[in-house]
Design a protein around this ligand. Structure first.
Ligand SMILES: C[S@@+](CC[C@H](N)C(=O)[O-])C[C@H]1O[C@@H](n2cnc3c(N)ncnc32)[C@H](O)[C@@H]1O
Length: 429
């Protein structure tokens, strides 16, 4: 397929996502199933246009003067594919599978617009109702932070130190663009790919099959590092899901001590078993029944709450979620987070640590939760987060926003990671 056919397909997928309120991945998969002639390169390119369009929906639409899938598809190519209106129209000419070229009105709009002059919410590429939330957290930097959440993400890997070291994995991945990550000791990064390119399928690499690395955003790796999990500890991963952080904690603990991995949704734990096998994590017990938690009361050195959240910090990777999110969903998540904090605290031993993590950037899910918890729970006090960061990431003070008494925030603009929040509370009595 030429660019015109790929653009037409992307517009079709964007229409499907909008009309049927579907996740982007599902709409793309369906398109692929009903267009089996499309090759891997075509699918990657179509996926890139769709994801670029969803990440930058407002700025792409604004540039072309409409908010239709067509405007968003064209706008995505103008913003992220180094195309101009002229090069695009020249490319589409004579391609019978292409959408109609940009018309005179669209060309005039594009010629008259410069994104630097667009309204703030357009440059931040966020829904109207989220703008005040971003402004509350980031102050004058909120537009830049919003824009960074709308950029293409890198592919981040965590070296499994139980099986390999970074030099060994980097050597295996030679030629993929992989480099050492900027912040963590065991992270590897493959930077965002331009245009129609796509990241290599690292999970097909023998090194992955041998358990030498996992795919994990560097922000998630940092959150695991900040817990301070060490060999011999007793750790409860209260919202373990598929085990991204469980595996990182287990490697940091060198397979010594015990991790209890729990999740209220049993099905979410299922992928962890295969991951544990591949990575040779041998100190993890998966607890899928709430009753199994009772015996851990007051016993844990660390209880990690990787809380269910809006995922606003992961908008680079799941941009469709940005446009589906509602205030009501945010309110529901806040209720769940407070309830989980109240339930999980019972398992921390005196002197132990309650670590609270979200992949959201909103205060309402982060520092506000910590403040409210500390107000109703007098047996916990915050650690000094500035000192904690310094211990772990000395010399990298600018890579995070640190509120010493409330927590540590990571963002794409500041840290080059997904948006994450981390707070550690010590049980004093
Ligand atoms: C952010 S995800 C966890 C991701 C996982 N820790 C990782 O690193 O891959 C949040 C998880 O919390 C779980 N969850 C939601 N409510 C819960 C509750 N009340 N108790 C325990 N887990 C809960 C969800 O099922 C979901 O798997």
């Amino acid at each position: 397929m030429r660019l015109g056919g790929r653009l037409a397909a992307a517009i079709e997928v964007l229409e499907d996502i909008e009309r049927r309120h579907r996740p982007a991945a599902d709409a793309l998969k369906d398109w692929g199933l009903s267009h089996r002639f499309a090759g891997a390169g075509d699918r990657a390119a179509i996926g890139n246009i769709v994801y670029d369009g969803l990440r930058r929906k407002r700025s792409a639409g604004w540039l072309v003067g409409d908010d239709t899938p067509r405007a968003i598809g064209f706008g995505a190519l103008l913003l992220e594919w180094r195309e101009t209106a002229e090069t695009l129209n020249a490319t589409l000419e004579g391609d019978k599978f292409a959408p109609p070229p940009l018309d005179a009105d669209e060309l005039a709009t594009i010629a008259s617009r410069n994104l630097a002059d667009a309204p703030d919410v357009v440059r931040a590429d966020c829904p109207d109702w989220c703008a005040p939330l971003l402004e509350q957290v980031f102050g004058p930097d909120w537009v830049e932070e919003g824009a960074a959440l709308a950029a293409r993400p890198p592919l981040d890997l965590r070296v499994n130190t139980l099986r390999a070291d970074r030099a060994k994995v980097l050597a295996e991945l030679e030629g993929t663009g992989a480099v050492a990550s900027p912040l963590t000791a065991n992270g590897i990064r493959i930077p965002p790919i331009d245009g129609s390119g796509r990241h290599p399928n690292v999970q097909a690499e023998p090194a992955f099959q041998k358990g030498w690395f996992e795919v994990q955003d560097e922000g998630s790796q940092i959150a695991a590092d900040l817990t301070g999990a060490a060999p011999g500890m007793q750790v409860l991963d209260y919202c373990a899901g598929a085990g991204g952080k469980t595996l990182a904690l287990s490697a940091a603990m060198e397979n010594r001590g015990q991790i209890f991995a729990h999740d209220s949704e049993k099905g979410r734990l299922a992928p962890m078993f295969e991951r544990l096998r591949r990575s040779e994590n041998r100190n993890v017990q998966v607890l899928s029944k709430p009753a199994e938690l009772e015996r851990l009361e007051g016993q844990m050195d660390i209880v990690l709450i990787d809380a269910p959240c809006t995922g606003s910090g992961t908008w680079r990777r799941r941009p469709d979620a940005k446009w589906r999110l509602t205030q009501r969903q945010l309110d529901v998540r806040r209720g769940e987070q407070a309830a989980i904090l109240d339930a999980a605290k019972a398992h921390v031993k005196p002197g132990g640590l309650l670590a609270y993590v979200t992949c959201s950037v909103f205060d309402a899910e982060n520092r506000d939760q910590i403040e409210a918890f500390l107000a109703r729970e007098k047996r916990f006090e915050p650690v000094d987060h500035a000192a904690l960061w310094q211990q772990n990431f000395s010399g990298k003070a600018d890579a995070a926003r640190i509120d010493p008494a409330r927590g540590i925030s990571l963002t794409p603009a500041r840290s080059g990671t997904d948006g994450f929040f981390f707070a550690a509370l010590r049980r004093t009595a």
